[in-house]
Design a binder for this molecule. Structure first.
Ligand SMILES: [Zn+2]
Length: 366
């Protein structure tokens, strides 16, 4: 009896610390899961759901060619994508495909970059001529009959496809001025993104008739680096702001007073991109969301043309790009989480098994 009691005390003394160890391991596992989940959620939010889109309008056979190349080179050097708004038919004549016929230097250059993911080829109207009645204009489309708008957009789209082998999915009405028929025609022609002024549809960012609408946030050409940074900070720190910040410029904005490339303005673009990268809070993407990077040479994520993950994970007012949340940062955080979780699980299971085996080994002695 006394022997039994002393055995039991000894056994308890041996087993109790092990039970405590198992309990603390399980507790550790639960806490680490909770911590890691909360942590990754916070990190993912801060790093991945704000997007900057650069939009270069008036890319055309009559555009400032050296300026176009200079700004595109900034995007290549910084690994930051840009949406090019192409005007297919800027001259009154000839009537054929002007992208093919009037400027071979431009044609060859555009063909040299059309497979580079950093450059999204979008359509910026057809002629970019102002034909709207005053005072509603200027606009290429506003107030015109649906059929005329449809034909003009279709002609321009076909010219882009024929010249570059790329069918644009983003439509950018010239002068940021259009009406319901423009939107309907663009939708009927297969466009999935539409970028214009807020006043056209009273929409900052959202969907209308099944097409995604975005608006320009700021124009580079009108601003200093400081004012660009201030506007960006305001957007970043406003919980209710849209998830995309669209920066508009034109090749002509980079032309100096002497007719040469304005290197100070080109530097401004580079400096602004550096500032954006420095915040660590944005990714760079295109209007169609087909290519997203964090800059600095890293590709965050991509999806094939037209196969964007529209509204896949977020509230209705969140853009096409939110599907990219599993991008580079999210991806890295995600894999780290899994490695840590797996390690903790393996460690806990191994410890529990070791203790059980130890217990079984001791059993015959008892
Ligand atoms: Zn324009």
């Amino acid at each position: 009896m006394l022997q039994d009691k002393s055995n039991e005390i000894r056994r308890n003394a041996r087993v109790r610390p092990k039970i405590a160890l198992v309990c603390s391991l399980i507790l550790m596992l639960l806490f680490s899961m909770l911590f890691v989940c909360v942590g990754s959620g916070a990190t993912g939010y801060a790093q991945t759901n704000k997007y900057v889109i650069f939009r270069d309008d008036d890319v055309a056979p009559n555009a400032d060619f050296a300026e176009l190349q200079a700004v595109n080179q900034v995007h290549i050097d910084k690994n930051v994508p840009v949406t090019l708004g192409i005007i297919p038919h800027p001259y009154p004549t000839p009537s054929g495909n002007q992208l093919l016929e009037v400027n071979h230097q431009f044609l060859d250059y555009m063909r040299s970059i059309d497979s580079n993911h950093l450059f999204q080829f979008a359509q910026h109207g057809n002629t970019h001529q102002n034909v709207a009645p005053s005072p509603q204009g200027p606009s290429e489309f506003y107030g015109r009959p649906y059929a005329a708008q449809y034909d003009a957009i279709k002609q321009g789209r076909n010219d882009i496809t024929q010249a570059f082998g790329v069918t644009p999915t983003s439509f950018l009405p010239p002068f940021d001025k259009s009406d319901n028929n423009t939107l309907k025609a663009a939708k009927a022609l297969g466009f999935t993104e539409y970028c214009t002024a807020f006043a056209d549809f009273n929409i900052n960012q959202g969907y209308r008739d099944g097409i995604k609408i975005d608006t320009i946030s700021i124009e580079l050409g009108n601003n200093s680096l400081q004012s660009m940074e201030n506007a960006t900070e305001q957007w970043l720190n406003n919980d209710r702001s849209t998830d995309t910040f669209i920066v508009l410029y034109h090749p002509a904005d980079f032309r100096g007073p002497d007719g040469a490339v304005n290197t100070a303005e080109v530097k401004l673009l580079g400096d602004y991109i550096d500032y954006l990268q420095g915040t660590g809070r944005v990714q760079f993407t295109t209007l169609d969301g087909s290519w997203t990077t964090t800059g600095n040479g890293a590709v965050a994520s991509s999806s094939s043309q037209g196969a964007t993950t529209v509204g896949a994970t977020d509230a209705p007012n969140v853009g096409a790009n939110s599907g990219d949340i599993g991008g580079l940062n999210g991806g890295l955080v995600g894999s780290a989480v899994f490695v840590v979780l797996a390690a903790i699980l393996v460690f806990s299971l191994a410890s529990i098994l070791t203790i059980r085996l130890g217990k079984n080994k001791n059993r015959p002695k008892r």
